[in-house]
Design a protein around this ligand. Structure first.
Ligand code: CU
Ligand code: ZN
Length: 150
């Protein structure tokens, strides 16, 4: 079977949103699909952060961007942190969907490039690709990626 995990994304930093995501390993990487409802309209940065800990009210517990290769921050298609997913656009109705492949990532427990046990974080602002983390502002949503396959 295809290695696949699901998670929910919950609001943080006093924001409102509901979200869920699936991560599926496929040839060449891990496909990340995200759905949001009730979120603030506009363009929001989205990243995989290194720690699977969303417990802090502002989600700082999730640590920094997942960056096993020691790259600078970037937008998709540029050199970047492995966890840099770019942006998700929330419509006027508060809903959004994203489907993006993270090349050369995997869902193998213990692997240096594994996304298991990390976190998906949604930010207040757009990721503009600037250093060190895209000027994306606070963390309005956070979801823990399961640490093992179901
Ligand atoms: Cu982030
Ligand atoms: Zn980054």
């Amino acid at each position: 079977a295809t290695p696949r995990v699901e998670l929910t994304i919950d609001a943080r930093s006093g924001a409102a949103l509901n979200g869920r995501a699936t991560l599926s390993e496929e040839a060449g990487g891990v496909r990340v699909q995200v759905w949001l409802d009730g979120a603030p309209p506009g363009v929001h940065a989205i990243h995989v952060h290194e720690k699977g800990d969303c417990s802090a009210p502002d989600a700082t517990s999730a640590g920094g961007h997942f960056n096993p290769d020691g790259h600078d921050h970037g937008l998709p298609d540029a050199p970047r942190h492995l966890g840099d997913l770019g942006n998700i656009e929330v419509g006027a109705d508060g809903s959004a969907a994203l489907d993006r492949l993270i090349p050369a990532a995997n869902l193998t427990a213990g692997d240096a490039r594994s996304l298991l046990g990390r976190a998906v974080v949604i930010h207040a602002l757009i990721d503009d690709g600037g250093q060190p983390t895209g000027n994306a502002g606070g963390r309005i949503g956070c979801g823990v990626i399961p640490a093992s396959l179901p």
